[in-house]
Design a binder for this molecule. Sequence first.
Ligand code: NDP
Ligand code: GDR
Length: 332
Amino acid sequence: MKKALITGITGQDGAYLSQFLLSKGYEVHGIVRRSSHLGVADHRLRWLGIADDVTLHDANLTDLSSLLRVFNEVGPDEVYNLAAQSFVASSWNQPVLTANITATGVVTMLEAVRLAAPNARFYQASSSEMYGLIQQDRQSESTPFYPRSPYAVAKLYGHWITVNYRESFGAHASSGILFNHESPLRGIEFVTRKVTDAVARIKLGMSKELRLGNIDATRDWGHARDYVKAMWLMLQQEKGDDYVVATGRTTSVRDMCRIAFQHVDLDMEEFLVIDPALFRPAEVDILLGDPSKANRILGWEAETTLEDMICEMLDADLDRLAVKAATARVRA
Ligand code: NDP
Ligand code: GDR
């Protein structure tokens, strides 16, 4: 039985990747950082019904000794580095922390692999945010980078140090340049989930408005369930490499919102409020990926449309909020 070790297992991608690897017969381990909120860390794993099927270890990406201990305990065949301070907007408020986890954390992980599991295959969660202020129509593996946030600058370091360990030490290290991917397990601070949560609240009479920043930005949005398969496929290749993972279609935040409002027969214009405080100090205006290398070499392609995904997310939020409202009524 192959063993996988996942950092960021409590996040959106960590949960879906765990589910996918379990379905492939893997023994799945993950690291969890200490939190003052005991018992909530694994809520996504519980939502997927797999919390009892994975083994969690207490460690932190900023603490090499903790990682070495876990590597020695587990002896992983495959290592997926998904942990990060992953919210772009927060990276202007916490730039040093973002660098420590999202940049230096990657080389700490690569050192842990080199010292404690040199034969393990390594996946790094790189990001389309690295392209930033690009002029090209579609972004591929050969498009130059121009990061626009402390988050994107940190991811660029993580990307290049992964390439460097592959070239310097012959590591089986792959970097997935993933475009935005979402799901019902997406953090509520990200725009798709913020929209589906707010639209569900408006529909249920629990809220009166949806407050957003720049709705002219466009993103290439796919489903996390589809994207974790690409991560695994990268580690099944003979050699490590870099791959763009995207749908090849871009949609504005405005049009994504419209899909959500239409799904519950509401008029977006009645509820949408533009709040200048939510605009970012520097924006990435357009992202549109070219996944042809992943199509060709990995045999991967996105399976879920944006429309289907937004409807799935909105239905999940409607269910969750309806249960919450019913529980509150019983308690009252
Ligand atoms: P999430 O924000 O949902 O998850 C991030 C995970 O990192 C959480 O499990 C979090 O733990 C963990 N983490 C943060 N800091 C540390 C630390 N110091 N030590 C250990 N664990 C830590 O992100 P996603 O699942 O959406 O994304 C996964 C990865 O992919 C991230 O690296 C992200 O930057 C990258 N990415 C994501 C894309 C997307 O659209 N989703 C696109 C491209 C790249 P905790 O639960 O304690 O907070
Ligand atoms: P992003 O995702 O920054 O692309 O990073 P996010 O959903 O936060 O923003 C997408 C776009 O929507 C605009 N926007 C708003 N965003 C948020 N969060 N809240 C708002 O109220 C709002 N109004 C408008 C943003 O300005 C932006 O243009 C995600 C993360 O998962 C990263 O970790 C990952 O690397 C990239 O995707 C690819």
